[in-house]
Design a protein around this ligand. Sequence first.
Ligand code: ATP
Ligand code: MG
Length: 689
Amino acid sequence: MGPTQKSTLQTLLSENRIFAPSADFVAQANFTDPGVYPTAFADPVEYWCSWAEMLDWFERWHTPLIWEKPFAQWFVGGKINACFNCLDRHVRAGRGDKLAFIAEGEPGDVRPVTYAEALVEVGKIANALKALGVKKGDRVCLYMPMVAELPLTMLACARIGAVHSVVFGGFSAESLHERINDAGAKALVTADGGFRRGAVVPLKRISDEALALGCPTIERVLVLERVHSHVLAATEAAKPVPDYDHGQWVEGRDVSWNALVPQQSPDCPCEPMDSEDPLFILYTSGSTGKPKGILHTTGGYLTQTYATAQMVFDLKDSDIYWCTADCGWVTGHSYIVYGPMQNGVTQVIYEGSPDTPDKDRFWQIIERHRVTILYTAPTAIRTFMKWGDEYPTRCDLTSLRLLGSVGEPINPEAWIWYHQTIGGERCPIVDTWWQTETGAIMISPLPGITKTKPGSATQPIPGIRAAILSEEGHDQTPVQGALGYMACAQEDSAPEHGPEVGGILAVTHPWPSMLRGIWGDPERYKQVYWSRFEDAYFPGDGAKVDSDGYFWLLGRIDDVMLVSGHNISTMEVESALVDHPSVAEAAVIGRTHELKGQAIAAFVILRAGAEPHEGLIDEIKAHVAQKIGALARPDDVFLAAELPKTRSGKIMRRLLRDVAEGRVLGDTTTLADPSVVAALKEKYEGQEG
Ligand code: ATP
Ligand code: MG
């Protein structure tokens, strides 16, 4: 153990609470035998083959894995179609009448879509794309609101072998332009608009702006009449649609969805795709810099999304599952479209914001549709904490049986709030660690097996081998963890929460849904992910492991601070801050300090009702010192109204470092609201000194 790791030990936030799945949950769970861990660990390839067997292949693979580091091929020689596995196979098995989607629009419109209806509509969309000249291997960019047509268009692309690249509908024209050109997309599918916070997001107008910047590969633009159709359908009681900019119709380029799609034949054969044919490109959220076009292929991706959706979410025929992500993020790809739909589940999708018309919208949706499984992000959970308990407590949330979290480390206090206030202390929480690059969940509890600890994503799922390595690449993981053996889950008595070791997360064996590259840039792929360690994939996240072999993900390595020679993770200081009763959310950064190397600066948002009073700042600083140690006591605490976040809701610490160090702000194009950081900068400079 090197000196930096030793010092890390002294400054860890300790979290000792342990939650076992309830007897009721275990009694009905799909997976309850911890024996799956050692079995899968012993032969991961064989384990994944057993899952691949459950999918419908046109032709079976001849070789499960060809691994020529860093390039993997899974289920080589197999022929398969993603859309077939999401739709046709359920309809053929007589499950066509089952609801695939309950799609709720922000204005309140609700559209149920069965699997049979989805199949008909996808066939028509696929034929429409063909009519526009889209062929197998062509890239299609989707810039759409979160309505049923978005996942259906993704499936239509998959049906004909076109590669979709979904760009989140909150991105700007420049971001869209950059992503269209990077992927070389031939067609763009967009909409006249989508509803967000009671207003219309003018997607067509923004598309026009993006194309005006120069997108030479785009031939046709298909425009869904989301807003127009809504206006036609609106009853007198419905609120009028606010004015919005429709953009400019370009004859010969732009095509109306209503004029083209409904008249198509619903019959469109599924293209038999090679297991390693591309399925989609997706750009990462850009927390660290220029987004990367992550490439995923077909057979392995389908296998791991199918398996993890079933294992981690304990999916049942009776479930109403709701993942609150947008299809513009990988979570929407893997845990709205491909994972849940291959499992034939019924799911809610929602177009708009969580505070329209009021801050209880999510809880209203859960009550209205009797949602059983909720999968959301820590940023949302912390926002709900900030708004206060009155919103969830006025709705009936008793239908919920399982909760999930993804996107950032979840601070233990946010975990506890989620568990108590949303889950009524009855729902297991699955904290799922994964990335756009990993394609599917990698580290997570299995809800019928794993004892959970707030803030820990627990252990690699069966079939995944991961480890915490030291700076020098030495394995720090205790043997039990490395064997994927659930010591914690097997013992009746609560296990000890032993000493932790800090390090860097690594994935030590290829997995089916791993990225196959960065689109158009194999060198960057090697350099970013495969140059840090000799034999393992480098995700870029810091982590620690405790004596039970539990993994604690600490966020990006770049966010770890070095204070007076001690490594301190921003996530742990943030968790100590959020633990203070007045604090809802916090972002911590290290700013350059002459003597200490780095000094800790914290930006803090108070909970609703918590008034800033004299002494509060000192009280908050003291709270951190008491939770973690004097070393972690923040030098500065600033009260903020908002924090700069990416459009997927992640805190962008690099911009806060710019603010704290008085620098010109770096790239802000992936920010959800650039004015937040500008306001913060002004306020910060005012408070200083
Ligand atoms: P970019 O790579 O462009 O900077 P990004 O990493 O935010 O963007 P994503 O692929 O959407 O893009 O996010 C993956 C990252 O999110 C992980 O590497 C990790 O830092 C964080 N993350 C996701 N889930 C968890 C989790 N359950 N616990 C801790 N961190 C998580
Ligand atoms: Mg990343």
